[in-house]
Write a protein that binds this ligand. Structure first.
Ligand code: RIB
Length: 358
C-alpha cells in the first residue's frame, strides 16, 4: 500500500522503498522489476514482485523504455531556473551532457527541500545515470538520502554538513569578505547584510565572511545589521527579485539608511535598487550596494552593478564533466573543487575616500 508523507499526501513508492521492505539491494529490485535475466533466486524474485505489487509500485514509462540498456539521462536539480545565475550554469551543464551523448532532465526545487526530495525519488524511478544537485536540504535527512541513492551524484553551488561526496563548489565566505572589504575601502562604515533566510550553506558562509571583514576592520557587528533573513515572497520564478524589493522596503522602515549594502546575489540587489529608486533613494548617491554572482544583467541595469564574480558557466561545465567521467569510470578519485571569487567594479558603489584602519 502507498505510504502517506508528512503532508498527508500519498507518496509514490520507489525502488529503494521496495528494497528496504524486501531486505535486498536496490540493484536486485531493479533487476527483478526490469525482468533482467541476471541470476536472482526464484524465492527472492517472488518476494520482490509481491512486495512491489502490494505497494502498488508503478514503474515509470521512461524507465521501461530503458530496459536492457544503461540510462543516458542526467538529472539536474537547481533551486531556480529563472535566476540567470542558475540558467547559465544549467545551460553549460546541458551543453556538456549533450556533447557526450547524455540527455539532461532539468528540475527546479524552487528552494523547497521537500520538492527536492520528490525530484530525487522521481529521478531514481527514471533510473537516471547520474544527478547534478544544488541542494536546499537541511539536517541529516538529505545526507542519508544521498548516501543511500545508488546513483553517482555531483553537488554544485551548495554543500551539506557531513556529506562527503563529490562537488564543484565556490568560496562564498571569501566572496562576501571581498565584497564587504571593498565597501570599507571605499569609505563606508555602516554596512548591512541583506538576505533571504540563512538556511543554506552559501548564505551561512557569506554571512560569516561579511562579519569577519567588519571584525578585521574594527567595525561593529550587530544582529540589527542583518536585514531580512525572512522567507522569500511566495512568487515562484521572480522570488529573489521580489525578495530584494521587500528588503529595500525594510531598509526604508529603519530610522536611518546605512552607508552600504552587501547582498546575497545580483537579482536580489537589483530588486533592492529598484525599490529604493521608486521611493526616491538613489544608488550610489544615497547608498552603495554590492551584488553577488556577476550575471550579465549587471551591465544592463542603472547603475551598472558592482559585484563578485562567480563562474556560473565553468561550474556547470565542470560539474557535468566530472559527473560523466565518474559514470564512465574514467576517474574514480573524489572530486572536491572550490572556485574562487573575483571583485568586479562597476558603478553601484560610491567612493568616499575615508582613511581605512585595519
Ligand atoms: O543567485 C544565485 C546565488 O545565490 C548562488 O550563489 C546561490 O548560492 C545563492 O546564494
Amino acid at each position: 500500500m502507498m505510504e502517506a508523507n508528512m503532508a498527508g499526501n500519498e507518496k509514490k513508492p520507489t525502488i529503494s522503498d521496495i528494497a528496504r521492505k524486501s531486505g535486498v539491494s536496490i540493484a536486485t529490485v531493479s533487476r527483478v522489476l526490469r525482468g533482467s535475466d541476471y541470476p536472482v533466486k526464484s524465492e527472492v524474485r517472488e518476494r520482490v514482485t509481491e512486495i512491489a505489487r502490494q505497494m502498488e509500485y508503478k514503474p515509470n514509462i521512461f524507465s521501461q523504455m530503458l530496459r536492457g540498456s544503461s540510462s543516458r539521462e542526467i538529472g539536474i536539480i537547481a533551486p531556480s531556473i529563472t535566476n540567470p545565475f542558475y540558467a547559465q550554469l544549467i545551460s553549460a551543464a546541458e551543453q556538456e551532457c549533450l556533447k557526450r551523448g547524455y540527455i539532461p532532465f532539468i528540475c527546479s526545487s524552487m528552494g523547497e527541500p521537500q520538492l527536492e526530495m520528490n525530484h530525487l525519488d522521481m529521478l531514481e524511478d527514471r533510473c537516471v545515470a547520474g544527478i547534478l544537485l544544488s541542494s536546499m536540504g537541511q539536517g541529516e535527512g538529505i545526507v542519508k538520502r544521498l548516501n543511500e541513492l545508488r546513483i553517482p551524484i555531483m553537488l554544485f553551488d551548495q554543500t551539506l554538513d557531513s556529506y562527503e561526496g563529490d562537488g564543484i563548489l565556490f568560496d562564498f565566505y571569501q566572496g562576501a569578505y571581498l565584497s564587504t572589504e571593498y565597501l570599507i575601502q571605499c569609505g563606508h562604515r555602516d554596512i548591512v547584510f541583506c538576505s533571504g533566510p540563512i538556511n543554506r550553506y552559501s548564505r551561512r558562509a557569506m554571512y560569516e565572511g561579511y562579519k569577519q571583514a567588519l571584525k578585521d576592520y574594527n567595525l561593529g557587528i550587530s544582529k540589527k545589521k542583518l536585514i531580512g533573513a525572512i522567507s522569500e515572497p511566495d512568487t515562484y520564478g521572480e522570488g529573489e527579485y521580489q525578495l530584494g524589493k521587500a528588503l529595500g522596503q525594510m531598509l526604508l522602515e529603519r530610522d536611518y539608511l546605512p552607508d552600504a549594502i552587501v547582498t546575497i546575489n545580483d537579482i536580489t540587489a537589483i530588486g533592492v535598487i529598484n525599490h529604493l529608486y521608486s521611493e526616491g533613494v538613489q544608488v550610489p548617491h544615497d547608498i552603495s550596494i554590492m551584488g553577488f554572482d556577476d550575471i550579465s544583467i549587471c551591465e544592463m541595469v542603472t547603475p551598472p552593478l558592482s559585484t563578485i564574480h562567480q563562474p556560473a558557466f565553468d561550474t556547470g561545465k565542470l560539474a557535468a564533466k566530472y559527473l560523466l567521467d565518474k559514470i564512465e569510470g574514467q576517474i574514480t578519485e573524489p572530486v572536491h573543487i572550490t572556485t574562487k571569487p573575483v571583485l568586479v567594479e562597476r558603478k553601484s558603489v560610491r567612493k568616499i575616500h575615508r582613511k581605512v584602519r585595519r
